[in-house]
Design a protein around this ligand. Sequence first.
Ligand code: ADP
Ligand code: MG
Length: 219
Amino acid sequence: MTTTFAQLGLPDSLVQALSKRDISEPFPVQEATIPDALDGLDVCGKAPTGSGKTLAFGLPLLTNVEKAKRNRPRALILAPTRELAEQIKKELVPLGKATGRQIAAIYGGVGYGPQKNALRKGVDVLVATPGRLEDLMEQGSVNLGQVDIVVIDEADRMADMGFMPAVRRILDSTSRNRQTLLFSATLDGDIAVLSRDYQHNPVRHEAGTIEPETIDARH
Ligand code: ADP
Ligand code: MG
């Protein structure tokens, strides 16, 4: 029997929004992590590019995230580059419409004005690169004190790009009781240290590439 998104515990609103995009069967990393993430557990996920990590963290996050007050987002997704931040935002915006949650992305290389305006109107889920996020925090345009769900996406690339000190400062500015989801292609070195310092009893999941053989072996 094939598992469905509904069986993983996701609400009808999201299941229907996914089926409109012809997404009906969870990928392995999604099947592994969604139930734990929905339960509020910290998750440490190792999975390669193209395995479906955005929905693995995005669906539980959109199910659980609360509505934000102005300049005070409730969930934060950290990504290493502007392109990845945009990509995550684009994938989650239609799902956010289905659950009534506002999503915005902030990153460098573009003007501050529109990003500050969006934050002022209230962003429930903020997707951000570390550099621009710290700039906007210093300028008082965003306060992370009410962020109780954090996703660190592509943590290995974040480390390679020298963002670990910024990531740590950012995590230190979020709610102490937050849920922390960490995704990376590797889980050793800096990533193991980050997990040890910022996650509480993380559930660890590893998923391989999506190949017909892998899928056959599971059914
Ligand atoms: P990753 O972040 O692991 O590199 P993505 O989350 O960007 O991978 O997903 C890769 C592609 O697979 C995207 O186009 C996404 O819409 C698609 N996708 C994700 N999950 C599913 C699914 N369960 N069924 C079909 N397509 C999916
Ligand atoms: Mg990704």
